[in-house]
Design a protein around this ligand. Structure first.
Ligand SMILES: C[S@@+](CC[C@H](N)C(=O)[O-])C[C@H]1O[C@@H](n2cnc3c(N)ncnc32)[C@H](O)[C@@H]1O
Length: 268
């Protein structure tokens, strides 16, 4: 990855904002904003953005397309780390049930489902718009083994011991009830199952999508009650380790690598 801030800045400088909003939306959701679709001159960025769902209380819901841009173009791709951590021989057994918590636009869910047709993947998120993007991605790749559903990671609708593997990436950056989510990961995993968590370590880098989404929310001034924090939560290595120690895993490993930190947990 070369220089994320420069890339973002280049695409979102104020004079280009209107065009960028439409281009990015079309690129990642497959549908230009209603304003652009009318083949009339685009009048203002505010008009484009105000045409979105003004009732949503989540920035990930309201500016889903912008988060997709960050996920697809800016963030680190941890697919190889996930595969090595969950299945050291690189080959998950047939029938493996994998769940991704806070899957957003389905980057990992779709990637893993495409790579391993013998497993079934479910991505869950509370944002309908993120799930819409994820589903479109899965359909675009004609994936038969990848589904998406609404769920709350603090109160998952899944039965105890019902999945073989859990992944979550960048989830804790926006989650207030972190210990609750870890308890749910433990609960739904079967004995012998593994979970891999990937989280950013530095608040500035981790906050870039939030800064961008809050900036757009400020421009539209449609509503100002979004539930996300102004800045991402990042945990110190000690706090990160302590978070996972809150459950009786048979094995917990945490480590840092550049701007990210990881936890691999196994249920006994
Ligand atoms: C920073 S994004 C990470 C998305 C994706 N995992 C990735 O790798 O980019 C956090 C996601 O968690 C979702 N989320 C936040 N709180 C949640 C909750 N309580 N239950 C389910 N999803 C939640 C948000 O809607 C958002 O899509």
């Amino acid at each position: 990855m070369s220089s994320p801030p420069a890339q973002i800045e280049a695409r979102l400088v104020p004079s280009d904002l209107t065009e960028s909003a439409n281009t990015l939306k079309t690129e990642f959701t497959g549908s230009p904003s209603p304003t652009a679709r009318k083949s009339e001159p685009i009048s203002s960025l505010r008009e484009i953005l105000a045409s979105e769902d003004a009732e949503s209380d989540s920035l990930f819901e309201r500016f889903a397309w912008l988060y997709v841009f960050f996920r697809e173009k800016i963030f680190r791709d941890d697919t190889e780390r996930i595969v090595r951590a969950l299945w050291p021989n690189g080959n998950p057994p047939r029938g493996t049930r994998l769940i991704e918590l806070g899957c957003g636009p389905g980057f990992y869910s779709c990637g893993l489902a495409a790579r391993f047709p013998q497993i079934s993947v479910l991505g869950v998120d509370r944002s309908a718009q993120q799930l819409k993007c994820a589903t479109a991605k899965a359909h675009g790749a004609a994936l038969q083994n990848c589904q998406f559903d609404t769920d709350d990671v603090a109160h998952l609708s899944h039965a105890d011991s019902s999945v073989d593997a859990v992944i979550a990436a960048r989830l804790f950056t926006v989650l207030p009830k972190q210990e609750r989510a870890v308890a749910e990961m433990f609960r739904i995993l079967r004995a012998g199952g593994r979970c891999l968590i990937a989280e950013p370590r530095y608040a500035f880098w981790a906050s870039l999508p939030l800064y961008a989404m809050w900036a757009l929310a400020g421009l539209t001034r449609v509503r100002n009650g979004y539930c996300e924090p102004g800045k991402a939560t990042v945990l110190s290595p000690v706090a990160f380790k302590a978070l996972f120690a809150s459950q009786p895993w048979s094995r917990v490993e945490t480590w840092q690598d550049g701007r990210y930190q990881y936890a691999l947990c196994e249920k006994g």
